[in-house]
Design a protein around this ligand. Structure first.
Ligand code: FO1
Length: 313
């Protein structure tokens, strides 16, 4: 197994699960997760960072694995009371999760960067892998839908992705800066692999790639850059990806995802049944990419990193 550094670009559930798998097969200190912030929003006066929190809880083994978000050992007295008061309860915030949002909001208000607040949370949860927001600046994914432009969480949670999606913009991405920690991680001389995790390419990975300098940084990397398909046999493993891709006019195929990453990857890992295409500069690797449990996460991570020892591509 590689002794070098591994950087994982991840978003929600799929990304968190593969990051968890990677942290099982290499030393957590070798792993850096660069996480999407386009889903973040301020709600009920709290700064909420769903993808950072999903990766944090999953790496800490504290995730709510049924829901795919939030944490285990949760209670709901806060939200029940808020609902009784007629407050906004559509975004399900558990009591313990809410304490994390309040703690983070206070740190940000005191002037800490999101990177620093996230590092404090990782330490509090005993997470040794490095957890980095892609930027400390604000990016807000906006969804142009048949019902007008909706902020991401309004589309995704409140409206349950029902409106037809016509377009996505990553508001603030052009002005956002990669953090020094992200630049350092991508330029690390001991970097042995970059993994684009099986998150939604449009919702979770694109808001990272849209930050100026990110694509150039990926292109300058000489170690293998490996993407894992979030689609198996024309069906998204999780979430609304299939719906989004078809509304986006894309084929709902692993091939369409691979082509979305053209120029940024050397290897594409997908189900053997989906490895029926050719793409110049990209080597396909067919294997079972379903992560059904913690063992499955480790197995896929081992499979992905086994491609690294073979060198690039
Ligand atoms: N997703 C939902 O579908 N419903 C929820 O009520 C919900 C609450 C929630 C609370 C905290 C958190 O960190 C995430 C939460 N999510 C919820 C997930 C989140 O909206 C999305 O899964 C991600 O933004 C997409 O990657």
């Amino acid at each position: 197994m590689t002794r070098g550094k591994v950087v994982a670009l991840c978003g929600g559930v799929g990304g968190a699960r593969l990051a968890h798998g990677l942290a099982q097969v290499i030393a957590p200190e070798q792993l850096t997760a660069i996480v999407n912030v386009g889903d973040d929003f301020t709600h009920l006066g709290m700064r909420i960072c769903p993808d950072l929190d999903t990766v944090l809880y999953t790496l800490a083994g504290r995730e709510n694995s049924e829901a795919g978000w939030g944490r285990s050992d949760e209670s709901w007295a806060f939200l029940e009371t808020l609902e009784q008061l007629g407050g906004d309860a559509w975004f399900r915030l558990g009591d313990r999760d809410t304490a994390l949002h309040i703690w983070r909001t206070e740190r940000l208000r005191e002037g800490l960067r999101l990177t620093e607040a996230t590092s404090g949370l990782a330490a509090a949860f005993g997470v040794k892998a490095r957890l980095l927001p892609a930027t400390d600046d604000t990016i807000a994914t906006l969804c142009a839908t048949s019902e007008g432009v909706l902020p991401f969480q309004e589309y995704f949670v409140r409206r349950r992705c029902e409106p037809t999606l016509k377009g996505l913009t990553y508001s603030g991405a052009e002005q956002a800066q990669l953090t020094p920690e992200v630049r350092t991680a991508l330029a690390d001389p001991h970097l042995s692999a970059v993994v684009l995790c099986p998150s939604n390419p449009y919702l979770s990975i694109e808001p990272i790639l849209a930050i100026p300098g990110m694509r150039e940084a990926l292109r300058a990397i000489s170690c293998p850059r490996i993407a894992v398909s979030p689609i198996i046999g024309g069906r998204a493993v999780k979430g609304p990806l299939a719906k989004i891709m078809s509304e986006y006019g894309q084929d709902v195929t692993a091939e369409a995802v691979a082509r979305h990453y053209a120029g940024l990857i050397d290897l594409f890992v997908c189900d053997p049944a989906d490895a029926d295409f050719r793409m110049s500069g990209v080597a396909l690797h067919g294997c079972d990419i379903m992560m059904r449990d913690a063992v499955g996460r480790g197995r896929l991570a081992r499979e992905v990193l086994s491609l690294v020892s073979g060198g690039r591509g």
